[in-house]
Design a protein around this ligand. Structure first.
Ligand SMILES: [Zn+2]
Length: 393
C-alpha cells in the first residue's frame, strides 16, 4: 500500500464521521453571533474560543480592533501546512433570525460564509479527534472587513504581510461544483464633479456650468470603452466597464452643484489594479473640464485577477477529494466572483483554490444553505486534509 492509498483509506474513514446534527448546531451557533462588516469582534472571539475548545493553538491579532484576525494551528507532522481561510463578516443588511427548517439553515451569513467556516472547523475537529496523524499541519484563518464598500480586506493584507500563511490555502467560498482556474479582478470607481457656488434657479444663472452635462460626456466615453472591452477575447471572461450610479440634481429647474458616477471595471489576470486605475484616470481626466468645475476620481481595488495551475498538488488533491465524496468530476472553469484567492497567490506567493458551499443566496434577502451541502463540503475538506497533507508515521 503506498502513501496515497493510506491517505485515501483515511479520507474515506474520516468522511464517515461527518455528523449533520453537529454541523447544524455549530453553524447555527455561528449565525447567532452577528458580524456585519467592521463589527466582527464578538463573532471572531466566539470562533476563536471554539477553535481552542477542539484543541487548536489559537491567536488573535488586533491591528483592526473591531475586526480581529483569528489564526489557528495544529501541527501533526513535519510536512506541509494546509490553510483554510474565510471571512468573518456578513453584509450589513437585515435578515430574519437564524433558523433550521426542513433541512435548510437560514440566516445572514448562512452561505456567505459562516456555513463554510463551520465546515472547516468541523472537518478539523474530526481529524484532530480521530487519532489519525496527518503528515503536515492544519491552519485555519479568518478575517473581517471583507465586504465592500466598507471592507477592503485590510486585515487580510495585514495577515499576509506578517507571514501568517500556510504552504497552500483553500479559500472556502466562490465555487462549489467547479474549479475556477481563472478569475477577473475588479476595481470600483467613483467620479465626482463639483462646481463652485450654491444651488440656484436655472433662469437666474444663464451660462452657469451644469455638472450633469459634464458628467454625461464622461459617461459617453465610459460607454465607448465598455463596447471596446466587450470584444476582448484574450481571457476566459471578457473584461468590462459598468456604470451603476449616475446621480445629480434634486429639482427640475435648479442647477445642481454636484454629479456623481459610480461603477466597476473588471479585468483579466493579465492586468492589475494599478494599470487599470491609470487607464481609467486617463480616460476620465483627458478632456476639457469647464472652468469652475472640479473633478475627483477615486479608484479602489476590490480584488486582483488570477490564474492558477490546475496540476498543482493542491488543485489535484481537491479534484480527487471532490470525486471521492460526490462521485463527480470537478470541472475547470472561470469565475466572475471576486474573492480572496488572489491575496494568497499574488501577495502571499502560495498555491490557492476556491472551494465552498453553494452560494446562490449570498447577499440575498433570504440567505440559506442546505445541511446536505454543508455535509458534502465538510467531507471534501476532510478528504482534502488527508490527501494533501498525507498520513504521517
Ligand atoms: Zn463571501
Amino acid at each position: 500500500m503506498n502513501v496515497s492509498d493510506d491517505a485515501n483509506k483515511a479520507a474515506r474513514q474520516l468522511c464517515e464521521k461527518v455528523d449533520a446534527g453537529r454541523l447544524r448546531d455549530l453553524a447555527l451557533s455561528f449565525l447567532r453571533v452577528e458580524s456585519p462588516t467592521g463589527r466582527e469582534k464578538a463573532f471572531s472571539t466566539h470562533y476563536a474560543d471554539y477553535l481552542k475548545s477542539i484543541g487548536m493553538k489559537v491567536k488573535m491579532t488586533h491591528e483592526y480592533p473591531d475586526s480581529p484576525n483569528v489564526i489557528a494551528m495544529h501541527q501533526f507532522g513535519k510536512g506541509k501546512t494546509l490553510q483554510f481561510d474565510g471571512h468573518t463578516d456578513t453584509i450589513d443588511k437585515p435578515h430574519d433570525p437564524p433558523v433550521f427548517k426542513d433541512g435548510i439553515l437560514y440566516g445572514r451569513g448562512a452561505c456567505d460564509m459562516k456555513g463554510s467556516l463551520a465546515a472547516m472547523v468541523e472537518a478539523t475537529r474530526i481529524v484532530l479527534q480521530s487519532g489519525v496523524r496527518l503528515g503536515g499541519s492544519m491552519m485555519l484563518t479568518a478575517h473581517g472587513l471583507h465586504e465592500a464598500p466598507l471592507g477592503w480586506n485590510q486585515p487580510l493584507d495585514e495577515m499576509i504581510r506578517s507571514g501568517n500563511i500556510g504552504d497552500a490555502v483553500v479559500v472556502g467560498e466562490c465555487a462549489h461544483d467547479m474549479l475556477p482556474v481563472e478569475g477577473n479582478g475588479m476595481s470600483i470607481f467613483e467620479v465626482t464633479l463639483r462646481r463652485a457656488g450654491t444651488i440656484i434657479h436655472e433662469t437666474k444663472a444663464p451660462g452657469m456650468v451644469n455638472p450633469i452635462f459634464v458628467a454625461n460626456e464622461i459617461v459617453t466615453s465610459l460607454r465607448m470603452k465598455s463596447l471596446e472591452l466587450a470584444t476582448d477575447r484574450i481571457a476566459a471572461i471578457p473584461p468590462s466597464l459598468f456604470v451603476g450610479v449616475f446621480s445629480g440634481g434634486d429639482f427640475y429647474n435648479r442647477v445642481p452643484v454636484e454629479c456623481t458616477i459610480v461603477g466597476t471595471r473588471r479585468y483579466s489576470y493579465r492586468q492589475d489594479s494599478k494599470q487599470v486605475e491609470g487607464e481609467l484616470r486617463q480616460l476620465i481626466l483627458d478632456r476639457h473640464i469647464p472652468d469652475g468645475v472640479t473633478i475627483n476620481v477615486q479608484v479602489k481595488r476590490a480584488a486582483e485577477g488570477y490564474r492558477i495551475s490546475s496540476d498543482d498538488p493542491l488543485a489535484l488533491s481537491l479534484k480527487d477529494s471532490y470525486k471521492l465524496v460526490t462521485g463527480r468530476v470537478l470541472e475547470e472553469g472561470a469565475t466572475t466572483v471576486c474573492g480572496n484567492l488572489p491575496w494568497f497567490t499574488r501577495d502571499g506567493g502560495i498555491p490557492a483554490v476556491y472551494h465552498g458551499p453553494d452560494q446562490h443566496t449570498a447577499h440575498a434577502d433570504v440567505e440559506c444553505v442546505s445541511i446536505q451541502e454543508l455535509v458534502r463540503l465538510t467531507k471534501v475538506y476532510v478528504a482534502l486534509m488527508a490527501r494533501y497533507c498525507g498520513i504521517g508515521e
